[in-house]
Ligand binder design. Sequence first.
Ligand code: FUL
Length: 465
Amino acid sequence: MQALKRIPIRPLRTKKICSIALAAALALGGSICATSQTVNFSEVKPSPQQVEWQDLEFGVIIHFGTNTFLDREWGDGTADPKVFNPTLADPEQWVRAAQAAGARYVVLVAKHHDGFCLWPTEQTKYSVAASPWMGGKGDLARMTSDAAHKYGLKFGVYLSPWDRHDPRYKDPAAYDQYYLSELTELAGNYGNLEEFWLDGAGSEGHTYNFPKIIETLRTYQPNTLVFADTGLFEYGDIRWAGNEVGTIPYENWNVIDRHGYLRWRPVEADTPLHNFHWFWHPNDEATLKSVDQLVTIYEQTVGRGGQLMLGIAPDNRGLLPDADVARLKEFGEALRARYANNLARRHLPADANTANALDGDADTFWSAPAGSHSASLEVDFAKPVTFDHALTTEWLVDGQHVQKYAIEAWNGGNWKAVAGGVAIGHKKMDAFAPVTASRVRLHILSSSGEAHIREFQLFQIDSRR
Ligand code: FUL
Protein backbone atom coordinates (compact mmCIF):
# COMPACT_ATOMS: atom_id res chain seq x y z
CA MET A 1 0.00 0.00 0.00
CA GLN A 2 0.90 3.60 -0.41
CA ALA A 3 2.96 5.35 2.21
CA LEU A 4 1.96 8.90 3.06
CA LYS A 5 3.46 11.17 0.44
CA ARG A 6 5.61 13.54 2.47
CA ILE A 7 9.11 14.90 2.14
CA PRO A 8 10.53 17.30 4.67
CA ILE A 9 11.94 20.37 3.00
CA ARG A 10 14.96 22.28 4.22
CA PRO A 11 13.97 23.99 7.51
CA LEU A 12 13.40 27.70 6.94
CA ARG A 13 13.17 30.68 9.26
CA THR A 14 9.66 32.07 9.22
CA LYS A 15 10.57 35.43 7.69
CA LYS A 16 12.29 33.72 4.80
CA ILE A 17 9.42 31.49 3.87
CA CYS A 18 7.78 33.98 1.54
CA SER A 19 10.96 34.85 -0.32
CA ILE A 20 11.91 31.18 -0.78
CA ALA A 21 8.39 30.38 -1.82
CA LEU A 22 8.47 33.35 -4.18
CA ALA A 23 11.73 32.12 -5.71
CA ALA A 24 10.19 28.69 -6.15
CA ALA A 25 7.01 30.20 -7.57
CA LEU A 26 8.93 32.34 -10.02
CA ALA A 27 10.97 29.33 -11.01
CA LEU A 28 7.63 27.65 -11.66
CA GLY A 29 6.80 30.12 -14.41
CA GLY A 30 5.93 33.41 -12.84
CA SER A 31 3.15 32.42 -10.50
CA ILE A 32 2.45 34.66 -7.57
CA CYS A 33 3.52 34.35 -3.96
CA ALA A 34 0.51 35.97 -2.39
CA THR A 35 -1.07 36.00 0.98
CA SER A 36 -4.77 35.85 1.52
CA GLN A 37 -4.61 39.53 2.56
CA THR A 38 -3.42 40.68 -0.86
CA VAL A 39 -5.08 38.33 -3.33
CA ASN A 40 -8.55 36.89 -3.23
CA PHE A 41 -9.18 33.26 -4.22
CA SER A 42 -11.35 34.29 -7.14
CA GLU A 43 -8.64 36.56 -8.56
CA VAL A 44 -6.08 33.78 -9.03
CA LYS A 45 -6.02 32.46 -12.59
CA PRO A 46 -4.38 29.48 -14.25
CA SER A 47 -1.23 29.71 -16.36
CA PRO A 48 -1.69 28.98 -20.09
CA GLN A 49 0.13 25.69 -19.49
CA GLN A 50 -2.33 24.71 -16.76
CA VAL A 51 -5.28 25.54 -19.01
CA GLU A 52 -3.88 23.28 -21.73
CA TRP A 53 -3.03 20.49 -19.29
CA GLN A 54 -6.48 20.51 -17.67
CA ASP A 55 -8.03 19.92 -21.07
CA LEU A 56 -6.05 16.67 -21.39
CA GLU A 57 -8.18 15.24 -18.54
CA PHE A 58 -6.79 11.70 -18.59
CA GLY A 59 -3.26 10.28 -18.67
CA VAL A 60 -1.46 7.05 -17.88
CA ILE A 61 1.65 6.42 -15.78
CA ILE A 62 3.83 3.45 -16.75
CA HIS A 63 5.75 1.35 -14.21
CA PHE A 64 8.32 -1.07 -15.61
CA GLY A 65 11.73 -2.14 -14.30
CA THR A 66 13.53 -4.79 -12.28
CA ASN A 67 10.46 -5.01 -10.01
CA THR A 68 8.55 -6.41 -13.01
CA PHE A 69 10.86 -9.42 -13.02
CA LEU A 70 10.99 -9.94 -9.27
CA ASP A 71 7.32 -9.70 -8.29
CA ARG A 72 7.98 -6.51 -6.29
CA GLU A 73 6.35 -3.14 -5.82
CA TRP A 74 9.10 -1.29 -3.99
CA GLY A 75 12.50 -2.67 -5.00
CA ASP A 76 15.20 -2.32 -2.36
CA GLY A 77 17.88 -1.29 -4.85
CA THR A 78 19.81 -4.57 -4.75
CA ALA A 79 18.35 -6.20 -7.89
CA ASP A 80 20.92 -7.23 -10.46
CA PRO A 81 20.36 -5.22 -13.68
CA LYS A 82 20.71 -8.52 -15.53
CA VAL A 83 17.21 -9.52 -14.42
CA PHE A 84 15.81 -6.80 -16.69
CA ASN A 85 15.37 -8.69 -19.95
CA PRO A 86 12.03 -8.14 -21.70
CA THR A 87 12.07 -9.93 -25.03
CA LEU A 88 9.19 -8.02 -26.62
CA ALA A 89 9.29 -4.52 -25.08
CA ASP A 90 7.02 -2.38 -27.22
CA PRO A 91 6.13 1.12 -26.00
CA GLU A 92 3.95 1.60 -29.07
CA GLN A 93 1.70 -1.19 -27.78
CA TRP A 94 1.48 0.56 -24.39
CA VAL A 95 0.60 3.87 -26.00
CA ARG A 96 -2.00 2.40 -28.36
CA ALA A 97 -3.72 0.70 -25.43
CA ALA A 98 -3.69 3.94 -23.43
CA GLN A 99 -5.10 5.84 -26.38
CA ALA A 100 -7.91 3.31 -26.82
CA ALA A 101 -8.96 4.09 -23.25
CA GLY A 102 -9.01 7.79 -24.08
CA ALA A 103 -5.74 8.86 -22.42
CA ARG A 104 -4.06 11.93 -23.86
CA TYR A 105 -0.68 11.83 -22.12
CA VAL A 106 1.82 9.29 -20.92
CA VAL A 107 4.19 9.59 -17.96
CA LEU A 108 7.06 7.09 -17.86
CA VAL A 109 8.51 6.14 -14.48
CA ALA A 110 12.08 6.64 -15.67
CA LYS A 111 13.44 5.77 -12.22
CA HIS A 112 11.42 4.27 -9.38
CA HIS A 113 12.50 4.05 -5.75
CA ASP A 114 14.89 1.13 -6.48
CA GLY A 115 17.13 3.53 -8.44
CA PHE A 116 17.16 1.49 -11.68
CA CYS A 117 17.09 3.86 -14.67
CA LEU A 118 15.16 3.04 -17.84
CA TRP A 119 17.38 5.27 -19.96
CA PRO A 120 21.15 4.82 -20.46
CA THR A 121 22.14 7.59 -18.08
CA GLU A 122 25.75 8.62 -17.76
CA GLN A 123 25.27 9.23 -14.04
CA THR A 124 25.19 5.60 -12.84
CA LYS A 125 25.79 2.11 -14.12
CA TYR A 126 22.51 1.02 -12.58
CA SER A 127 20.41 1.27 -15.73
CA VAL A 128 19.19 -0.51 -18.84
CA ALA A 129 22.73 -0.12 -20.22
CA ALA A 130 23.85 -2.82 -17.76
CA SER A 131 21.02 -5.17 -18.68
CA PRO A 132 20.92 -7.80 -21.42
CA TRP A 133 17.93 -6.04 -23.01
CA MET A 134 18.85 -4.89 -26.54
CA GLY A 135 22.46 -5.73 -25.73
CA GLY A 136 22.54 -2.80 -23.30
CA LYS A 137 21.79 -0.36 -26.14
CA GLY A 138 18.10 0.24 -25.38
CA ASP A 139 16.51 3.45 -24.14
CA LEU A 140 12.94 3.26 -22.88
CA ALA A 141 12.65 7.01 -22.35
CA ARG A 142 13.43 7.49 -26.05
CA MET A 143 11.16 4.67 -27.21
CA THR A 144 8.26 5.79 -25.03
CA SER A 145 8.51 9.47 -25.94
CA ASP A 146 8.75 8.52 -29.65
CA ALA A 147 5.73 6.23 -29.32
CA ALA A 148 3.69 8.88 -27.48
CA HIS A 149 4.48 11.55 -30.04
CA LYS A 150 3.82 9.16 -32.94
CA TYR A 151 0.26 8.63 -31.67
CA GLY A 152 -0.32 12.27 -30.77
CA LEU A 153 -0.07 11.89 -26.98
CA LYS A 154 1.98 14.12 -24.71
CA PHE A 155 4.94 12.70 -22.81
CA GLY A 156 6.27 13.23 -19.30
CA VAL A 157 8.53 11.58 -16.74
CA TYR A 158 8.62 10.51 -13.12
CA LEU A 159 12.08 10.58 -11.50
CA SER A 160 11.93 9.24 -7.96
CA PRO A 161 13.76 11.44 -5.44
CA TRP A 162 13.95 8.49 -3.04
CA ASP A 163 16.74 6.21 -4.33
CA ARG A 164 17.42 2.95 -2.51
CA HIS A 165 20.39 2.00 -4.69
CA ASP A 166 22.70 4.95 -5.11
CA PRO A 167 25.29 5.28 -2.30
CA ARG A 168 25.23 9.08 -2.72
CA TYR A 169 21.73 9.10 -1.23
CA LYS A 170 23.33 9.16 2.23
CA ASP A 171 24.98 12.49 1.40
CA PRO A 172 22.23 15.02 0.54
CA ALA A 173 24.50 17.48 -1.29
CA ALA A 174 26.14 14.76 -3.40
CA TYR A 175 22.78 13.17 -4.10
CA ASP A 176 21.25 16.51 -5.13
CA GLN A 177 24.01 16.82 -7.70
CA TYR A 178 23.35 13.29 -8.95
CA TYR A 179 19.60 13.90 -9.17
CA LEU A 180 20.12 17.21 -10.97
CA SER A 181 22.39 15.52 -13.52
CA GLU A 182 19.82 12.79 -14.15
CA LEU A 183 17.12 15.42 -14.46
CA THR A 184 19.21 17.42 -16.92
CA GLU A 185 19.49 14.36 -19.17
CA LEU A 186 15.75 13.68 -19.07
CA ALA A 187 14.76 17.33 -19.43
CA GLY A 188 17.24 18.00 -22.23
CA ASN A 189 17.01 14.99 -24.50
CA TYR A 190 13.45 13.73 -24.90
CA GLY A 191 11.45 16.63 -26.31
CA ASN A 192 8.74 18.53 -24.50
CA LEU A 193 7.78 17.13 -21.13
CA GLU A 194 4.12 17.71 -20.43
CA GLU A 195 4.38 16.74 -16.78
CA PHE A 196 7.13 16.06 -14.29
CA TRP A 197 6.13 13.81 -11.41
CA LEU A 198 7.75 14.69 -8.10
CA ASP A 199 6.85 11.86 -5.77
CA GLY A 200 7.43 12.26 -2.07
CA ALA A 201 7.04 8.59 -1.13
CA GLY A 202 9.85 7.12 0.93
CA SER A 203 11.74 10.37 1.41
CA GLU A 204 10.83 11.00 5.03
CA GLY A 205 13.82 12.48 6.84
CA HIS A 206 15.81 13.28 3.69
CA THR A 207 16.53 16.88 2.69
CA TYR A 208 16.59 17.86 -0.99
CA ASN A 209 17.38 21.15 -2.68
CA PHE A 210 14.01 21.42 -4.39
CA PRO A 211 14.33 25.07 -5.45
CA LYS A 212 17.43 24.08 -7.43
CA ILE A 213 15.71 20.99 -8.84
CA ILE A 214 12.78 23.06 -10.11
CA GLU A 215 15.12 25.75 -11.42
CA THR A 216 17.05 23.12 -13.39
CA LEU A 217 13.89 21.57 -14.76
CA ARG A 218 12.57 24.98 -15.82
CA THR A 219 15.81 25.83 -17.60
CA TYR A 220 15.18 23.09 -20.14
CA GLN A 221 11.44 22.68 -19.86
CA PRO A 222 9.82 26.05 -19.19
CA ASN A 223 6.33 24.72 -19.87
CA THR A 224 6.36 21.49 -17.87
CA LEU A 225 3.71 21.10 -15.19
CA VAL A 226 5.15 19.80 -11.94
CA PHE A 227 3.02 17.30 -10.06
CA ALA A 228 3.92 17.52 -6.41
CA ASP A 229 2.22 15.75 -3.56
CA THR A 230 1.33 16.86 -0.09
CA GLY A 231 4.80 17.40 1.32
CA LEU A 232 6.05 19.24 -1.78
CA PHE A 233 3.16 21.55 -2.53
CA GLU A 234 5.37 24.65 -2.83
CA TYR A 235 6.88 23.24 -5.99
CA GLY A 236 3.80 21.97 -7.73
CA ASP A 237 1.64 23.27 -10.52
CA ILE A 238 -0.56 20.22 -9.95
CA ARG A 239 -1.57 18.77 -6.62
CA TRP A 240 -2.17 15.22 -5.44
CA ALA A 241 -5.74 14.10 -4.68
CA GLY A 242 -4.64 12.72 -1.30
CA ASN A 243 -5.45 9.08 -2.06
CA GLU A 244 -4.70 6.43 -4.68
CA VAL A 245 -8.14 4.87 -5.01
CA GLY A 246 -9.21 7.14 -7.85
CA THR A 247 -11.54 9.63 -6.28
CA ILE A 248 -11.31 13.38 -5.88
CA PRO A 249 -13.22 14.64 -2.89
CA TYR A 250 -15.93 17.13 -3.80
CA GLU A 251 -15.90 20.19 -3.41
CA ASN A 252 -12.93 20.59 -5.70
CA TRP A 253 -11.56 24.12 -6.09
CA ASN A 254 -8.57 24.94 -8.26
CA VAL A 255 -7.19 27.67 -6.03
CA ILE A 256 -5.72 26.36 -2.82
CA ASP A 257 -4.27 28.21 0.13
CA ARG A 258 -1.21 26.46 1.48
CA HIS A 259 0.70 28.07 4.31
CA GLY A 260 -0.67 31.46 3.37
CA TYR A 261 -0.06 31.66 -0.34
CA LEU A 262 -2.58 31.10 -3.05
CA ARG A 263 -1.91 29.42 -6.33
CA TRP A 264 -3.92 27.73 -9.05
CA ARG A 265 -3.26 24.04 -8.41
CA PRO A 266 -5.51 21.67 -10.32
CA VAL A 267 -5.71 18.16 -8.92
CA GLU A 268 -4.56 14.85 -10.39
CA ALA A 269 -5.75 11.51 -8.97
CA ASP A 270 -3.41 8.57 -9.56
CA THR A 271 -4.73 5.03 -9.30
CA PRO A 272 -3.47 1.76 -10.85
CA LEU A 273 -5.41 -0.35 -13.37
CA HIS A 274 -4.75 -3.30 -11.03
CA ASN A 275 -5.88 -2.62 -7.48
CA PHE A 276 -2.89 -1.77 -5.25
CA HIS A 277 -0.31 -2.74 -7.93
CA TRP A 278 1.68 -0.23 -9.95
CA PHE A 279 4.03 -2.90 -11.32
CA TRP A 280 3.06 -6.10 -13.10
CA HIS A 281 2.86 -9.27 -10.99
CA PRO A 282 2.35 -12.87 -12.10
CA ASN A 283 -1.14 -14.39 -11.69
CA ASP A 284 -2.63 -11.01 -10.90
CA GLU A 285 -5.79 -11.09 -13.00
CA ALA A 286 -8.04 -10.83 -9.94
CA THR A 287 -6.85 -7.30 -9.19
CA LEU A 288 -7.79 -5.93 -12.63
CA LYS A 289 -10.36 -3.18 -12.17
CA SER A 290 -13.73 -3.75 -13.85
CA VAL A 291 -15.18 -1.43 -16.48
CA ASP A 292 -17.80 -0.29 -13.96
CA GLN A 293 -15.09 0.54 -11.43
CA LEU A 294 -13.12 2.46 -14.06
CA VAL A 295 -16.17 4.42 -15.19
CA THR A 296 -16.91 5.33 -11.57
CA ILE A 297 -13.29 6.41 -11.13
CA TYR A 298 -13.51 8.55 -14.25
CA GLU A 299 -16.70 10.20 -13.08
CA GLN A 300 -15.27 10.80 -9.59
CA THR A 301 -12.09 12.38 -10.95
CA VAL A 302 -12.61 13.99 -14.35
CA GLY A 303 -16.29 14.40 -13.46
CA ARG A 304 -15.28 16.37 -10.37
CA GLY A 305 -13.10 18.80 -12.26
CA GLY A 306 -9.79 16.96 -11.86
CA GLN A 307 -7.42 14.80 -13.82
CA LEU A 308 -7.23 11.01 -13.90
CA MET A 309 -3.78 9.36 -13.94
CA LEU A 310 -4.24 5.63 -14.47
CA GLY A 311 -1.30 3.29 -13.77
CA ILE A 312 -0.50 0.70 -16.44
CA ALA A 313 2.27 -1.89 -16.26
CA PRO A 314 3.97 -3.95 -18.96
CA ASP A 315 4.64 -7.58 -18.00
CA ASN A 316 7.95 -9.45 -18.08
CA ARG A 317 7.73 -9.72 -21.87
CA GLY A 318 7.58 -5.92 -22.06
CA LEU A 319 3.99 -5.93 -23.29
CA LEU A 320 0.79 -4.95 -21.53
CA PRO A 321 -1.06 -8.20 -20.80
CA ASP A 322 -3.87 -9.01 -23.23
CA ALA A 323 -6.48 -8.71 -20.47
CA ASP A 324 -5.25 -5.20 -19.62
CA VAL A 325 -5.30 -4.13 -23.26
CA ALA A 326 -8.84 -5.46 -23.61
CA ARG A 327 -9.96 -3.74 -20.39
CA LEU A 328 -8.52 -0.38 -21.49
CA LYS A 329 -10.36 -0.69 -24.79
CA GLU A 330 -13.65 -1.62 -23.07
CA PHE A 331 -13.22 1.31 -20.71
CA GLY A 332 -12.73 3.75 -23.61
CA GLU A 333 -15.74 2.30 -25.42
CA ALA A 334 -17.89 2.55 -22.30
CA LEU A 335 -17.01 6.22 -21.84
CA ARG A 336 -17.64 7.06 -25.46
CA ALA A 337 -20.99 5.24 -25.40
CA ARG A 338 -22.12 7.00 -22.22
CA TYR A 339 -21.37 10.46 -23.51
CA ALA A 340 -22.05 10.02 -27.22
CA ASN A 341 -25.58 11.37 -27.36
CA ASN A 342 -25.76 14.88 -25.98
CA LEU A 343 -29.49 15.62 -25.86
CA ALA A 344 -28.87 19.36 -25.45
CA ARG A 345 -27.79 19.44 -29.09
CA ARG A 346 -31.48 18.99 -30.00
CA HIS A 347 -32.37 22.38 -28.59
CA LEU A 348 -34.69 24.85 -30.29
CA PRO A 349 -32.94 27.80 -31.92
CA ALA A 350 -31.25 29.87 -29.23
CA ASP A 351 -29.42 33.20 -29.15
CA ALA A 352 -25.76 33.03 -30.15
CA ASN A 353 -24.48 33.34 -26.58
CA THR A 354 -26.61 30.42 -25.33
CA ALA A 355 -25.81 28.34 -28.41
CA ASN A 356 -22.12 28.56 -27.50
CA ALA A 357 -22.76 26.31 -24.48
CA LEU A 358 -24.83 23.81 -26.45
CA ASP A 359 -22.69 23.32 -29.55
CA GLY A 360 -20.29 20.60 -28.33
CA ASP A 361 -17.38 22.96 -29.02
CA ALA A 362 -15.09 23.46 -26.00
CA ASP A 363 -13.59 26.57 -27.60
CA THR A 364 -16.81 28.57 -27.40
CA PHE A 365 -18.59 29.56 -24.21
CA TRP A 366 -21.66 31.28 -22.84
CA SER A 367 -21.07 34.35 -20.68
CA ALA A 368 -23.46 35.55 -18.01
CA PRO A 369 -24.07 39.33 -18.09
CA ALA A 370 -20.91 41.30 -17.26
CA GLY A 371 -20.47 41.77 -13.53
CA SER A 372 -23.39 39.46 -12.63
CA HIS A 373 -23.31 37.10 -9.65
CA SER A 374 -26.26 34.94 -10.68
CA ALA A 375 -27.77 34.02 -14.03
CA SER A 376 -29.57 31.26 -15.96
CA LEU A 377 -28.69 29.39 -19.10
CA GLU A 378 -31.89 27.90 -20.49
CA VAL A 379 -32.28 25.11 -23.04
CA ASP A 380 -35.65 24.64 -24.73
CA PHE A 381 -36.83 21.63 -26.71
CA ALA A 382 -39.66 21.18 -29.22
CA LYS A 383 -40.63 17.90 -27.51
CA PRO A 384 -39.86 16.82 -23.93
CA VAL A 385 -36.55 14.97 -23.47
CA THR A 386 -35.74 12.41 -20.77
CA PHE A 387 -32.32 12.68 -19.16
CA ASP A 388 -30.54 11.45 -16.03
CA HIS A 389 -27.05 12.97 -16.29
CA ALA A 390 -25.70 16.46 -16.87
CA LEU A 391 -22.19 17.50 -17.78
CA THR A 392 -21.19 21.11 -17.24
CA THR A 393 -17.82 22.68 -17.99
CA GLU A 394 -16.58 26.07 -16.90
CA TRP A 395 -14.28 28.29 -18.96
CA LEU A 396 -11.44 28.82 -16.50
CA VAL A 397 -9.02 31.17 -18.25
CA ASP A 398 -10.40 34.07 -16.22
CA GLY A 399 -10.60 32.04 -13.00
CA GLN A 400 -13.07 29.66 -11.34
CA HIS A 401 -16.19 31.73 -10.75
CA VAL A 402 -19.19 29.48 -10.10
CA GLN A 403 -19.74 28.94 -6.38
CA LYS A 404 -23.24 27.47 -6.31
CA TYR A 405 -25.50 26.13 -9.02
CA ALA A 406 -28.63 24.08 -9.64
CA ILE A 407 -29.84 22.13 -12.66
CA GLU A 408 -33.54 22.75 -12.91
CA ALA A 409 -36.39 21.34 -15.03
CA TRP A 410 -39.68 23.12 -15.77
CA ASN A 411 -42.60 21.00 -14.57
CA GLY A 412 -45.27 23.11 -16.25
CA GLY A 413 -45.69 25.49 -13.34
CA ASN A 414 -42.35 25.79 -11.58
CA TRP A 415 -38.64 25.24 -11.92
CA LYS A 416 -37.66 22.14 -9.96
CA ALA A 417 -34.03 21.42 -9.01
CA VAL A 418 -32.88 17.95 -10.09
CA ALA A 419 -29.22 18.35 -9.13
CA GLY A 420 -26.86 20.98 -7.90
CA GLY A 421 -23.64 21.72 -6.16
CA VAL A 422 -20.99 24.28 -5.45
CA ALA A 423 -17.85 24.11 -7.63
CA ILE A 424 -18.20 23.34 -11.36
CA GLY A 425 -14.61 23.91 -12.52
CA HIS A 426 -13.13 22.09 -15.47
CA LYS A 427 -15.92 19.52 -15.68
CA LYS A 428 -18.79 18.55 -13.40
CA MET A 429 -20.85 15.43 -13.95
CA ASP A 430 -24.18 15.11 -12.15
CA ALA A 431 -26.31 11.95 -12.03
CA PHE A 432 -29.94 11.94 -10.88
CA ALA A 433 -33.25 10.11 -11.28
CA PRO A 434 -34.64 10.38 -14.82
CA VAL A 435 -36.44 13.65 -15.57
CA THR A 436 -38.64 14.47 -18.58
CA ALA A 437 -38.96 18.12 -19.53
CA SER A 438 -38.97 20.45 -22.49
CA ARG A 439 -37.30 23.33 -20.61
CA VAL A 440 -34.10 22.81 -18.61
CA ARG A 441 -31.77 25.37 -17.14
CA LEU A 442 -28.41 25.70 -15.49
CA HIS A 443 -29.12 28.14 -12.70
CA ILE A 444 -25.99 29.89 -11.47
CA LEU A 445 -27.05 30.77 -7.95
CA SER A 446 -23.81 32.43 -6.96
CA SER A 447 -20.61 33.33 -8.79
CA SER A 448 -17.66 35.50 -7.81
CA GLY A 449 -17.68 37.20 -11.23
CA GLU A 450 -19.82 36.51 -14.27
CA ALA A 451 -20.06 32.80 -15.04
CA HIS A 452 -18.56 31.39 -18.24
CA ILE A 453 -19.86 27.99 -19.36
CA ARG A 454 -18.16 26.12 -22.18
CA GLU A 455 -20.70 23.29 -22.33
CA PHE A 456 -23.98 22.34 -20.72
CA GLN A 457 -24.84 18.80 -21.85
CA LEU A 458 -27.62 16.35 -21.00
CA PHE A 459 -27.62 12.56 -21.33
CA GLN A 460 -29.86 9.58 -20.77
CA ILE A 461 -27.43 6.94 -19.56
CA ASP A 462 -28.81 4.59 -16.94
CA SER A 463 -31.65 3.27 -19.13
CA ARG A 464 -29.01 1.87 -21.48
CA ARG A 465 -27.10 -0.19 -18.87
C1 FUL B 1 3.80 6.25 -5.15
C2 FUL B 1 4.89 5.20 -5.26
O1 FUL B 1 5.36 4.84 -3.98
C3 FUL B 1 4.25 4.03 -5.95
O2 FUL B 1 5.11 2.92 -6.01
C4 FUL B 1 3.87 4.50 -7.34
O3 FUL B 1 5.03 4.85 -8.06
C5 FUL B 1 2.91 5.71 -7.25
C6 FUL B 1 2.57 6.29 -8.59
O4 FUL B 1 3.47 6.70 -6.46
O5 FUL B 1 4.11 7.26 -4.35
